[in-house]
Write a protein that binds this ligand. Structure first.
Ligand code: G6P
Length: 367
């Protein structure tokens, strides 16, 4: 097993460090003449132009990738997109129209609720595109179309590199959809595609920051309970950052859309409670900062993740982690890395079984 870990103490850390390679393997074969190519002959631009609503369905981390996908599809292509938890979708008689597209997201391709959601969509005559990591898996076989993520085998129960490349495929899809529908010019589409390809380089300094994140984790190691907040893409990342932390470090953690704080959660903010505020999106930056301030004034320890040049007003944050400048729409690719590392080091420092957390399975094939 030590050999399989390639010198890393845990599979999870190895897999986080494999993210640049996974991005390149997943994105580069799908770029031609600097434009995104889905490589699905049936999903022509004409077909993409006729899509009504996109439904993104998955469980756990895969569903969280769907949250980023929804935000990107709506922002870039202006096509309505809904995210569903597979176990909800399959039992709630979802409203599906023949012109819709269901995107099923799964690392293993074997999750039973996700497979059932796929079958339901097919039985309603709606086309299904699967984004899957495991070649030939049940979901890959049952879907009408497949876009594989090329993350390679993922061993750690907590998904990291597979999530990263699920995001990449969803961005490729959103970009092609936007281009086909005339929502993005050729020039703009090429710009985003080049930026997406560049993600493997953008995240390398974030991987190199691991000592800084480890130090940070050491300052939060005795946390009982914490909250992640953010808006838009940062909200989607709050959900995933929070899930990673609770899965492997067993720290109670919840994620909230920052604007929802005042509708309940703020009553839980007392002296010393950590609030992890994600503020990487320029359009809502001031808003999230003001929410962070509200928690700080009630005694929270605010750990703020923002971009290099963002102006952080005095007294808002206890600690600030800076990301490099990168396009706002693609920022989740950069932001997820320190969140994964934070969860990882919290788990290590708390003496948890990082790769095999209690009660969890890598692939949930029973209901
Ligand atoms: C399990 C794993 C999660 C994963 C989820 C969905 O709960 O522990 O890490 O996100 O299943 O798995 P899938 O293989 O469908 O992506």
């Amino acid at each position: 097993e030590a050999a399989e870990k390639g010198g890393y103490p845990h599979f999870m850390l190895k897999e986080i460090n494999e993210e640049p390679a996974a991005i390149t393997a997943t994105v580069s074969p799908r770029v031609e003449n600097s434009l995104p190519e889905l490589r699905i002959p049936e999903l022509t631009d004409e077909k993409l132009r006729s899509i009504g609503t996109v439904h993104l369905v998955g469980c756990g981390t895969a569903m969280h990738a769907g949250m980023v996908g929804k935000t990107a599809i709506e922002a870039l292509a202006r096509v309505p997109a809904e995210v569903d938890i597979a176990s909800e979708f399959r039992y709630r008689d979802p409203i599906l129209k023949p012109e819709d597209l269901v995107i099923i997201i799964s690392q293993s391709g074997e999750t039973s609720d996700t497979l059932a959601a796929l079958k339901l969509a097919k039985s309603r005559g709606v086309p299904v595109l699967a984004i899957v990591n495991v070649v030939g898996s049940s979901i890959a076989r049952a879907a009408d179309y497949v876009m594989y993520t090329y993350a390679g085998p993922e061993i750690a129960v907590a998904s990291t590199k597979a999530y990263m490349v699920q995001l990449c495929v969803l961005y490729l899809f959103a970009l092609r959809l936007a281009y086909a529908r005339g929502q993005l010019t050729e020039e703009k589409t090429k710009y985003y595609t080049a930026q997406l390809l560049h993600a493997s380089e953008v995240i390398k300094p974030r991987l190199a920051d691991c000592e800084q994140i480890k130090y940070l984790a050491s300052r939060y190691v005795n946390t009982q309970s914490c909250f992640f907040i953010g808006r838009g893409f940062d909200y989607a990342l709050s959900l995933e950052g929070s899930l990673k932390l609770k899965e492997i470090s067993y720290v109670h953690s919840d994620a909230y859309a920052a604007g929802e704080l005042k509708h309940g959660t703020i009553s839980l903010i007392t002296d010393g409670v950590p609030v992890i505020a994600l503020a990487t999106q320029k359009n809502v930056y001031e808003k999230t900062i003001s929410n962070a301030k509200e928690t700080r004034s009630r005694g929270a320890r605010v750990l703020l993740f923002t971009t290099k040049d963002a102006e952080v007003p005095e007294g808002v944050a206890t600690e600030v982690i800076r990301l490099d400048e990168y396009d706002d729409i693609l920022m989740p690719l950069q932001l997820i890395v320190p969140l994964q590392l934070f969860a990882y080091y919290m788990a290590v420092l708390r003496g948890c079984d990082v790769d095999k957390p209690r009660n969890l399975a890598k692939s949930v094939t029973v209901e």
